[in-house]
Ligand binder design. Structure first.
Ligand code: NAD
Length: 252
């Protein structure tokens, strides 16, 4: 089992890398700029007897994606599992939208993810000589509500992932590949660090979550690694919410 994780140096990607390695995956950890963090995740895994490498690539560049998949396969063998966790946020009221920032958002969160799925399909497909495989795309609960204030564009980039994943799964269902969209609610990672560091904002956000708390990256990793496993062998083309019970009417 060779797992490639985009955006694997931090947050949900890093937690998934560590758990998957404990479950026997060889793990290729992609990172864009967090070189030291990626190497630390690799060291954590290899230090406990697992196999992992860190590979730089910007998933907004097609050429980088191609080299990433090639390098991962060269080092660890055919990729059988892919987790697309690389993603960026955009906090902007619609009236303040910047065209370049919107383009960057969709190029990373949506187009880059789709191109990674293309590479997975080409390499995993049993009709193309592959072994089959599983793809988990990390989208967001934001896509179900148009995002929290200022996050409409981010929400749209993730809603597109959900819809794409449904179609992708049907596209490759007879080729040994499953694909699922995992929708985290608000999770404590570097992406949300600044927002959650303000106590009032955190409380307001937590008041909108049925369980009354934000989640941890490890809780998302558990769901992802289960989806990657054969225990989820009949699950494809769906979204799974890991959101503490979902949104309730609150102060935010
Ligand atoms: P994070 O910022 O720790 O992780 C995102 C990772 O993606 C970072 O390591 C970043 O360097 C990497 N990345 C960004 N652009 C990239 C690029 N062009 N190429 C390669 N890597 C790139 O935050 P996280 O919370 O772990 O986010 C993981 C995924 O979960 C993201 O797709 C995010 O949108 C999604 N998500 C997060 C939350 C949350 O509340 N934290 C909620 C829902 C969905």
């Amino acid at each position: 089992m060779t797992l490639l994780i985009t955006g694997g140096a931090s947050g949900i990607g890093a937690a998934t890398a560590k758990l998957a390695a404990r479950r026997g995956h060889k793990v290729a950890i992609n990172y864009r700029s967090r070189d030291a963090q990626a190497k630390k995740v690799v060291a954590d895994i290899t230090g406990t007897g697992g196999q992992a490498i860190a590979l730089p690539a910007d998933v907004s560049r097609e050429a980088d994606i191609l080299s990433l998949f090639d390098a991962a396969e060269k080092a660890l063998g055919p990729i059988t599992h892919l987790v697309n966790s690389a993603g960026i946020g955009l906090n902007s009221r619609v009236a303040d939208f910047d065209a370049g920032a919107l383009e960057r958002l969709f190029t990373v969160n949506t187009v880059g993810l789709m191109l990674c799925c293309r590479e997975a399909a080409r390499r995993m497909s049993t009709k193309r000589g592959g072994e089959g495989g599983v793809v988990v795309n990390v989208s967001s609960m934001a896509g179900t509500i148009g995002g929290r204030p200022g996050a409409a564009a981010y929400a749209a980039s993730k809603a597109a992932v959900d819809s794409f994943t449904m179609g992708f799964a049907k596209d490759v269902a007879l080729e040994g590949i499953r694909a699922v969209s995992l929708r985290p609610g608000m999770i404590e990672t570097e992406m949300t660090e600044k927002t959650l560091s303000d106590r009032e904002t955190r409380e307001a956000i937590e008041s909108t979550i049925a369980m009354g708390r934000v989640g941890q990256a490890e809780e998302i990793a558990n769901a992802i690694v289960w989806l990657l496993s054969d225990e989820a062998s009949f699950i494809s083309g769906v979204t799974l919410d890991a959101s503490g019970g979902g949104f309730v009417f609150g102060k935010q």
